[in-house]
Write a protein of this length. Structure first.
Length: 101
C-alpha cells in the first residue's frame, strides 16, 4: 500500500521495497505504535530512521514491544541514498533468510 506522505528517506525505502517485489504495509499500526513499513510476508518492520537515527533507549523498548506482538525483527535504516538503502535491505533480507533456513 503506497505511502504518499513522509520523508524523502521513507519514499526511497518504499521505492526499494517495491523494486524488490516485497509485500508491505506503510504506516502500519501495532498497539500504540505506528511503524514505517511492515513486510507482511516476513513479519519484519522496517524503520526509516534517517542518518541520525532515533533515541536508542526508546527504540529498544519499542522493538521489544513489537516483537512481543509478533514482529520477527525490526530493521532500522539510516542510509539516505537509493543505492545505499537498497544494498542495506538486500543485506538484511539475505541475513534473515539464512537465519530462518
Amino acid at each position: 500500500m503506497p505511502y504518499r506522505h513522509g520523508t524523502k528517506q521513507e519514499k526511497l525505502v518504499e521505492r526499494c521495497i517495491e523494486e524488490l517485489g516485497l509485500r508491505y504495509l506503510a504506516q502500519a499500526k501495532f498497539g500504540q505504535y505506528d511503524v514505517d513499513f511492515l513486510l507482511t510476508e516476513l513479519d519484519v518492520v522496517v524503520e526509516a530512521d534517517g542518518p541520525f537515527g532515533h533515541l536508542s533507549k526508546r527504540d529498544e523498548r519499542r522493538d521489544k514491544d513489537l516483537k512481543d506482538m509478533g514482529v520477527a525483527e525490526v530493521w532500522h535504516l539510516r542510509e539516505k541514498t537509493l543505492q545505499d538503502i537498497k544494498e542495506r535491505l538486500c543485506q538484511e533480507l539475505n541475513r534473515y533468510q539464512n537465519q530462518i533456513a
